[in-house]
Design a protein around this ligand. Structure first.
Ligand SMILES: *Cc1c(COP(=O)(O)O)cnc(C)c1O
Length: 733
């Protein structure tokens, strides 16, 4: 092997390549890429919360050049850059074969939030995470895709628990220079500036581009010197402020988003509204057509042909409603531009257009102005048809035009590092062993495309089918992986808990090095603390649960995390209750609450827990996605048969709480579900987990893990989901 030092041109190319790589979040789902940034500055990597752009800023140009003189390191960088390049330039994607029309004319996907990675905290919860995963998978399958959202320069709030165990919120300013975003520039190299009219004011905005693999996601930002301060702050926070801020943000998102795409010369083949927040985009499309001389009716019909809409929740508060005064105030100038009588405009957002008392509803507008609409699971589709039947008085409920596509997750993005490496090793071992005498499609594919495309192969259903074959992977290997992941989570929790209590100087109430038990059945619950998700449900039977937790032979323990909406005091009381139990009840040492839930905390938890608990008030959990993230790590679901789990559960691949039905009243539901939860835990979960053979292996438990992976992982992925959207909605009119 040649040991000649790299030329300065070669060094420069690698440095430029690394910078480009850091500005494309593709690196977040490539293990080797991640490790390069980590190795450049291990301490910086940790302190800067896994931020590749910031790590590169830590390292001087000189240091980078010197480090790249390490030939082994340089070769690894080169290899990563090559596979990045191959990914970007792949001309043989699923879209090339199945949807070539969507290569040039992209899907314009509007979402008020996008969750990509812990360094860009501009998502409030599942809706944003789903949008991020949708974007990542759209790139993976080669789909033309342009995302639209807002650049919230203070992001979503950070959670700190005070001495009364009460959630407090604080905000940190995001610095664009240290984020994987780039300013969108015009021909002169200046920020491209567009404008929308809000109230009577022309509000200017610029945009930031997040490179998501092959595709851009544009984040609109009103923090421009031309604007008065209150409009500069319009994009300060995710869902910040009251309904006035809300409607203004939505005008920017919908109307501004269309204007940005026009300014960029992007010609979408379809506009996809991820939730009603984006529905004002339909008004802008109508305005354009009315401007060209179409009648209002024609404009609506033509708009309808271009739009599709996904509704995400049956919870009332999830559907924005604005009264006529607010509409008039916020859209005053726009109304003069659209040349549509104000009453007619209001009618577009009403079930009964002439009912002056009915507020304007974004969901109604989205439904009226879309050629297709869907819920996010089978049950949610059906619930939504009932919910919106009044919009279609002539149709029986089962013919209300709202279908469903069940949500998924971006598998590569959610897999924890050691797990990515684990599966890759398994996959490649299989390829080597079978080379020449191959059977499955995955193997054949991999032999033709060695190493480089293992990320595609791992998404193939026939890869996961092998999970049920002990020759492919032994019980011992699975159990060893489970122990490793559980220990990593417990050590993560110990570090976090120590940091949490040091703030209050109450570090003496527990011995942190012994907090949580690496041998105990570890049950996780983490999501937004919306009350319908009933975080403390299990503790309705506190005395019994304490006994279970303190059982020396078969101990169980709980790890909780989650944020309550800043104005949701009931949710905050749930948090307070759980933390209180963790500190002052007999649950102490067997129950912890990790502060500041985010994508990073989520990844630790879904990988390290043995059981993922989900007990929403059915049918309010439209889909849920955190349980899907558990799958590829060998964590089993214990869940109400709501949302995705109603479709995923088959009796052998995890645990159900109760039946495929629910009681009529909230009180009855809570009572029945809590009893069923305790029953499932004591009659199924605990006995199976602790049923060990002579080697100490829980064979039945591991069999369930095998079944869970084989049946759930390929099905509940955004790769499957994006293909379904493409075939069902993006391509067909
Ligand atoms: C996956 C995820 C969610 C969504 O979880 P649900 O179970 O669908 O409520 C919310 N927040 C974060 C940070 C996540 O990673």
């Amino acid at each position: 092997m040649s040991m000649t030092p790299l030329t300065s041109d070669e060094l420069k190319a690698l440095a430029v390549g690394l910078n480009k790589l850091a500005h494309n979040i593709w690196w977040t789902w490539d293990q080797e890429a991640q490790e390069i940034f980590q190795e450049l500055s291990p301490r910086g990597w940790q302190n800067l919360y896994h931020n590749a752009v910031a790590v590169l800023h830590e390292v001087s140009d000189y240091e980078l050049r010197v480090r790249l003189q390490d030939q082994d390191f340089a070769r690894r960088v080169e290899k990563v850059l090559k596979s990045f390049d191959a990914y970007l330039n792949d001309q043989n994607t699923w879209t090339h074969q199945h949807a070539p029309a969507l290569l040039k004319n992209p899907v314009a996907y509007f979402s008020a939030e996008f969750g990509f990675h812990e360094t860009l905290p501009i998502a409030a919860g599942g809706l944003g995470i789903l949008a991020g995963d949708h974007a990542k998978s759209a790139s993976d399958v080669g789909l033309g895709f342009a995302g639209i959202s807002l650049f919230y320069r203070e992001g979503y709030f950070q959670q700190a628990i005070n001495q009364d165990n009460w959630q407090t919120e604080y905000y940190t300013l995001l610095n664009p220079k240290n984020l994987p975003i780039e300013p969108v520039l015009d021909a002169k190299g200046e920020p491209l500036v567009c404008s929308v009219d809000i109230t009577m004011t022309q509000v200017y905005f610029q945009a930031w581009r997040v490179n998501v693999g092959r595709n851009p996601v544009y984040l609109l930002d009103t923090n421009r010197p031309e604007n008065p301060q209150h409009f500069r702050d319009l994009t300060l926070r995710v869902y910040g402020g009251d309904s006035t801020t809300r409607i203004m943000q939505e005008i920017l998102l919908g109307i501004g988003g269309v204007r940005l795409l026009r300014a960029l010369g992007v010609k979408p083949s379809v506009f996809h509204m991820n939730e009603g927040h984006a529905a004002f985009l339909t008004l802008e499309l109508m305005r354009e057509m009315i401007d060209e001389g179409k009648s209002a009716g024609e404009a609506l019909a033509l708009t309808k042909q271009q739009c599709i809409f996904t509704t995400h929740t049956p919870v009332e508060a999830g559907h924005d409603r604005f009264n006529a005064e607010l509409m008039d105030y916020a859209l005053h100038k726009f109304c003069t531009q659209i040349k549509l009588p104000f009453e007619d405009l209001l009618g577009l957002g009403r079930v009964h257009p002439k009912d002056a008392k009915e507020p304007f509803c974004m969901t109604v507008l989205a439904l009226k102005a879309s050629r297709a609409a869907n819920g996010v699971s089978e049950l949610h589709g059906s619930v939504s048809r009932h919910m919106w039947q009044s919009l279609y008085p002539k149709l029986p409920v089962d013919q209300v035009p709202i279908g469903h596509i069940t949500n998924g997750i971006h598998l590569m993005g959610w897999m924890k590092g050691p797990v990515r490496r684990f599966w890759r090793k398994k996959l490649m071992a299989k390829v080597n062993e079978q080379a020449g005498a191959s059977s499955g499609d995955t193997t054949r594919f991999l032999i033709a495309n060695p190493e480089a495309h293992w990320d595609k192969a791992i998404n193939a259903p026939d890869f996961w089918k092998q999970m049920t074959d002990p020759a492919f992977i032994s019980d011992e290997e699975i159990w060893a992986l489970r122990y490793k992941l559980r220990r990593e989570l417990i050590e993560f929790a110990r570090r976090r808990l120590l940091m949490q209590v040091q703030r209050h100087m109450e570090a003496d109430f527990i011995a942190f090095e012994h907090l949580l038990n690496p041998d105990a059945l570890t049950i996780g619950f983490a999501r937004r603390f919306a009350t319908y998700k009933r975080a403390p449900l299990i503790f309705q039977q506190l005395e019994n649960v304490v006994k279970l937790a303190r059982d020396q032979a078969r101990p169980i323990q709980f790890i909780f995390a989650g944020k309550a909406h800043p104005r949701d005091d009931d949710g905050k009381r749930y948090i307070q209750h759980i933390i209180h139990l963790s500190k002052y009840s007999d649950m102490q040492g067997h129950l912890v609450f990790i502060e500041n839930y985010d994508v990073h905390v989520a990844r630790q938890m879904v990988s390290g827990c043995d059981v993922w608990l989900n007990n929403p008030r059915r049918p309010l959990e439209a889909s849920g996605t955190s349980g899907m993230k558990a799958g590829c790590h060998g964590c089993l679901n214990l869940s109400i048969l709501d949302g995705w789990w109603r479709e995923g559960y088959d009796g052998t691949n995890g645990f159900a709480i109760g039946e495929d039905a629910h009681a009529d009243t909230v009180e009855e539901q809570d009572r029945v579900d809590s009893a069923n939860l305790y029953k499932a835990l004591t009659e199924q979960v605990i006995p199976t987990f602790f049923d060990r053979d002579a080697q100490g292996i829980p064979r039945k438990w591991i069999h369930m893990i095998r079944r869970a992976m084989a049946t759930l992982v390929p099905q509940f992925s955004t790769r499957r989901m994006v293909k379904e959207y493409t075939e069902k909605y993006y391509l067909t009119k």
